[in-house]
Design a protein around this ligand. Structure first.
Ligand code: APR
Length: 261
């Protein structure tokens, strides 16, 4: 009998993979979905690690996405996130975001995202667990308390001062390299991984932990694992099914195949 990984790598026809995905999701009791930047790529938001247009191919994370970078040059970091925030605000959720809303209506689903954009929420996934925070929120650099949009609008600084602490500045409400993930979000995600019987990793390079460890945690608790990603990742060899397609094609196709697996 072939090992799961070998089965996943067997050349499945496109529709065969979609039908297998639909059939397994249809009989799932609890689905855990882990998404990454790839699910927003079809909305025009750059991923981090795609070789051509990924953000980390054009910018250095150590200059922009660490607490040290913010201490060194808060204005540079603030402006970079303001630029990304404008792109997110101008983008729209795509067919993959919408398909996950539909999936949650069909089967109990926990959606965990590494994305800091708000496209899952705007598509209707209002209870998504955000492991890496939100680019649409700003927090105090000292207390980490949220800063209201009204306060920010009335300030001129780049970054604006924080209302919560005399030494505080407004900073993006995201988790930077070297920072801890929000403990409650991580706990809820891990609990879902332990409970689910099917886990999907969609549009993530699976290089950043602890998020990338969730599929393996679910597998250790007996879950079936599928990856949806046009490119291989370190998790590909461990998957029971690999759908090597764009999420905006694969997910709607799996829903369409639901009644006809
Ligand atoms: N559909 C599905 N997957 C796609 C698509 C698509 N249309 N387009 C690209 N991808 C895949 C790429 O092949 C890649 O494997 O999405 C993945 C994106 O990987 P990354 O850019 O590394 O994004 P992500 O995994 O979310 O990064 C994790 O790294 O810098 C940090 O905090 C940041 O949350 C981010 C974390």
């Amino acid at each position: 009998m072939p090992a799961p990984a070998a089965a996943a790598h067997a050349k499945l026809g496109r529709m065969d993979a979609i039908h297998r995905l639909a059939a397994r999701l249809r009989r799932a009791r609890h689905i855990l979905v882990l998404t990454g930047a790839g699910i927003s790529a079809e909305s025009g938001i750059a991923t981090f690690r795609d070789a051509q247009d990924g953000l980390w191919a054009r910018f250095r994370p150590e200059d922009l996405a660490t607490p040290e970078a913010f201490r060194r040059d808060p204005a540079l970091v603030w402006r970079w996130y303001a630029w990304r925030r404008e792109q997110v605000a101008a983008a729209q959720p795509n067919a993959a975001h919408r398909a996950l809303v539909e999936l949650a209506q069909r089967r109990p689903t926990t959606l965990v995202t590494q994305n800091v954009d708000d496209l899952h929420q705007r598509a209707g996934s209002t209870d998504a667990i955000c492991l890496h925070g939100s680019i649409m929120r700003s927090i105090c650099s000292v207390t980490r308390l949220e800063i209201s949009a009204d306060w920010l609008a009335a300030q001129t600084g780049e970054p604006p001062r924080s209302p919560h602490h005399a030494d505080g500045l407004a900073r993006p409400g995201v988790v930077w390299f070297g920072e801890n993930l929000p403990a409650d979000a991580l706990e809820r995600a891990a609990a879902a991984a332990r409970d689910c019987d099917a886990v999907l990793a969609i549009g993530t390079s699976a290089l950043v932990y602890p998020a990338a460890g969730l599929p393996a945690l679910a597998q250790r608790h007996g879950a079936w694992f599928a990856e949806i990603n046009p490119q291989p990742t370190p998790l590909t060899a461990t998957a029971d099914l690999v759908v090597a397609q764009a999420a905006g094609l694969a997910l709607p196709a799996a829903l369409a195949a639901w009644e006809d697996p």
